[in-house]
Design a protein around this ligand. Structure first.
Ligand code: DON
Length: 553
């Protein structure tokens, strides 16, 4: 009965889905207050980069469960002059980190990589926001951060989803008095309808407004982190903060049915594997296939790509990541392994061409700066799992990330998202953990037409591919594309995860092809801004699975 109601509810979302359209600009985020903050910046003359940063800093206040300056981000920009910029603000492992830092009595202990002081890398998000605004924005960081500080002071009323999240994490967060001080009242986590006031975070934002990111990376914040870490058995130091640098990387370009796909390079695995999956899928005429066959082929492409991810992918500043993973000939070979009738057994990774010599470069440092309108930004930010390490640095309101869990903490040991990895993604000092975040831009005749990305760990990559196929192959609008039931295969474990809303006949068809289905609640949260059908304005949509919205003017 409940299942039937859910299906009906979701069907009505699918049918009723309409994208927001506007002519002068568009913002799509997971929270209406953040969308509004971004839109206000656009209306007041800021550009898309300024608006992105205002959104990010606002999300740190209203949606601190997912992101904040205690975490990292990838920002992908198409500037009006046609140049493309990928700013890597991924966390870096502390200088004292070691490959076996999470191993106790020969066994990896995921509690240590997921909760508490050892779980955090040096956060990079704020460094990116400052860098982006200084180089590509029209406004000052201080102007963009102060309204968010005000909001933190004023407080927000917890909605059902925030309260649920907090309740789910309460046992772990309750271990830290600094976290209790922010998120608990009378010894219990704040509940729906309670006010969450964050005066410490407001003060942190105001200090950054006054002193820039130096306050964070080279001043009181870095020192506060070091003190707290020392007292609690952590290894992050003020020196780690001083040494943090954003990395300007070369976006990865590939083509899909005549469109240019611009992805984020390693240490994101997103750009490479979105391109690899699309390269494989180009060998199939997707619109001509029925839904079962289309999803089957897509699941097989995901499986092949994730087998490669587990072996090859890591921080290119430390290990050789083959560019051949995106090679069209290699994709053709992988496509040849896919049967339209039955699942293929994939024992392990493939061997891309020139894997020893043709590798992603260490980061480049050149960039050009100009000011222009008409920029497109896809930015994904995270503190990793809900409330990151669960620990707030005392007196700052900043929740620290648990991004160390995105490393392979021991070969074959699954991380929070069930991913396994190998040597390429082992912990090392100063190394960036492999990510699935996939901010992606699509260009047509050199002009941007889509900015897309998602949350959801490895399901990010699958979502982006599913949605691009909906948008580019099946001609759906952004809202329609986001409303489709999702599937996800990450090679290991060997199962096809599906949303329960996937129609029964499709599920049966996939089982007939040999898939082991694992039914899950809604998977991931995506946001899209696209060109409107007339080619002049914008169409945007936020994921119906979450409470966000798209708004334009
Ligand atoms: O970088 C990654 O791949 C993960 N830390 C992303 C985490 C995430 O998407 C959490 N959201 N549900």
């Amino acid at each position: 009965m409940i299942a039937a109601i859910l299906v009906l509810l979701f069907t009505s979302l699918t049918v009723g889905a309409a994208s927001t359209e506007a002519t002068r600009g568009m913002v799509a985020t997971v929270h209406p207050v953040a969308t509004e903050a971004g839109l206000r910046v656009l209306k007041e003359g800021g550009n898309a980069i300024d608006a992105t940063v205002a959104v990010a800093l606002t999300l740190g206040v209203v949606d601190g469960v997912n992101s904040g300056i205690g975490g990292g981000c990838f920002m992908l920009i198409h500037r009006a002059d046609g140049s493309l910029v990928a700013i890597d603000g991924r966390e870096m492992a502390p200088a004292a980190a070691t490959a076996d830092m999470f191993v106790r009595n020969s066994k990896a202990d995921s509690r240590l990589s997921q909760t508490g002081p050892l779980a955090s890398g040096t956060p990079g998000a704020l460094a990116v926001y400052e860098f982006a605004v200084e180089h590509y924005g029209k406004r000052k960081l201080s102007e963009l951060i102060l309204p968010a500080a005000e909001l933190a002071d004023k407080g927000i009323v917890l909605d059902a989803s925030y309260a649920r999240n907090l309740k789910g994490m309460a046992a772990e967060m309750g271990q830290f008095s600094s976290s209790r001080a922010v998120f608990f009242k009378k010894g219990r986590p704040l509940a729906r309808g309670d006010a969450l006031k964050q005066p410490d975070l407001a003060a942190t934002y105001r200090s950054i407004a006054g002193q820039g990111s130096d306050w964070f990376y080279r001043g009181p914040f870095a020192q506060a982190v070091e003190q707290w870490m020392k007292r609690n058995g952590g290894i992050l130091t003020a020196e780690d903060f001083r040494n943090y640098k954003v990395s300007l990387r070369e976006p990865v370009l590939s083509s899909y049915r005549g469109y240019t796909i611009v992805g984020f390079p390693p240490p994101s695995s997103g750009g490479v594997h979105v391109a690899q999956m699309l390269n494989i899928l180009e060998h199939f005429n997707l619109p001509s296939l029925g839904e079962v066959e289309r999803l089957h082929v897509m699941a097989e492409a995901m499986k092949l790509a994730f087998a490669d991810r587990a072996y090859w992918m890591g921080d290119p500043d430390f290990v050789k990541v083959p560019r051949g993973l995106m090679d069209r000939y290699y994709a053709g070979m992988l496509a040849g392994r896919i049967s339209r009738e039955h699942v293929t057994q994939v024992a392990g990774h493939g061997t891309p061409p020139d894997w020893e010599t043709d590798v992603f470069k260490k980061h480049t440092t050149h960039f050009s700066v100009a000011d222009a309108d008409g920029n497109w930004v896809a930015c994904t930010a995270t503190i990793n799992t809900s409330f990151g390490s669960k620990a707030v640095i005392p007196g700052t309101g900043v929740v620290m990330n648990n991004q160390m869990d995105d490393f392979s903490i021991q070969p074959g040991v699954r991380n929070y998202f069930g991913l396994i990895g190998d040597h390429a993604n082992a912990v090392a000092p100063g190394k960036r953990p492999l990510s699935s975040m996939s901010p992606t831009l699509v260009l047509k005749n050199g002009q941007p037409i889509i900015a897309i990305g998602a949350a959801g760990g490895p399901k990010i990559i699958s979502q982006v591919v599913l949605e691009l196929v909906c948008l580019l192959d099946l001609g759906m609008s952004p809202a329609e594309a986001l409303a489709q039931p999702r599937i996800h295969h990450q090679w290991s474990p060997n199962q096809l995860m599906i949303e329960k809303t996937l129609p029964g006949r499709v599920q049966v068809g996939l089982v007939r092809r040999g898939h082991k289905l694992k039914k899950l609640p809604p998977m991931g949260v995506s946001q899209v801004v696209a060109r409107s059908p007339d080619g002049k304005g914008f169409a945007g949509a936020a994921d119906p699975r979450a409470g966000g919205n798209a708004a334009g003017w």
